[in-house]
Design a protein around this ligand. Sequence first.
Ligand SMILES: [Zn+2]
Length: 323
Amino acid sequence: MCEETERDPLDEPVKAGIRFLFSSVPVTTGIRVPTPPIWTGGTGTMDYFDEFGPRRKTTVAKEDMKSCYFCLNLDLIDGEREPETIELPEGFYCHEFLELNPLDIQELLFFQRKYGLVRGARETKPYGTKMRDRQRPEPKRSVFSGINAEHYRGQLEGIEASAALYDSVPDQELIDERGVIKLGAVSFQEAICAVLDAQEAIRNTTRVLRDDLPAMTRREAALAKISSEYISQFLPALFPSIELVAIDEEGRSSHSTASDLITAVFAQLARGLLNNEAYRVCENPECGRLFTPREMGRRLDTKYCCSGCQERAKRLRYVASHR
Ligand SMILES: [Zn+2]
């Protein structure tokens, strides 16, 4: 057997040029993400959190993945006031979001308190459906079909776990507070895997525009394709192809700009893919952030994400050469 036949053809470079084609341009400014008070529930969940001292567990044990969950803190919800919302910082999708380690569950909790609740690719059900059926978490069928079912299996199981928590609440008119909380539960697994899948989608698609790496392989091109399809499933919620809006007397439209966190991240990413000709990883060995010179207002040929990193890298080189 000769060695050449053993080489996986998927690792060969792609011959064709790979580009993104957009049929509409998502505008990301003005998209707001609600940041309601978030807490956690489920047996043993307290072992993972301590804002003031060492925690008993930092990463989630397998047995707690499906039974522990994020939920709204009902005590802190003020029915009188509109829920608070934030606009994501510029470049959030390739900075803060990529730097998040969702497996450190306390980090994920604080992240969601700051930037909004994370949920997986759930079905949105039409108005007119019975309230109880409408609220029940169900995986968005189009996302988890075909080869995607295998690719996004963790997230699929996470959403099913959230549905099981929902189903554990008896279907009756009067439910106690714990029941109400469980109806809106997002299992740890659903939140963790939704973040991991979104992070992978960001890495896979920005890979197409990485000018600091060699030509893409077929495998990378295939992953970028799966990921761009995944992202496309989220965007229509924010950017419907046709939208009926009402204009009030002051000329303001009722265009809906409220979004969940993952969809808002994908809107930023789509805008980034459309606007930027290059992504790179910052060459400061202590940083390593993915960045785009344009978004950071940097020279287009720069190797560093900010002037601080440029200075730091220079200093490190100087120290190394004088050792
Ligand atoms: Zn940097």
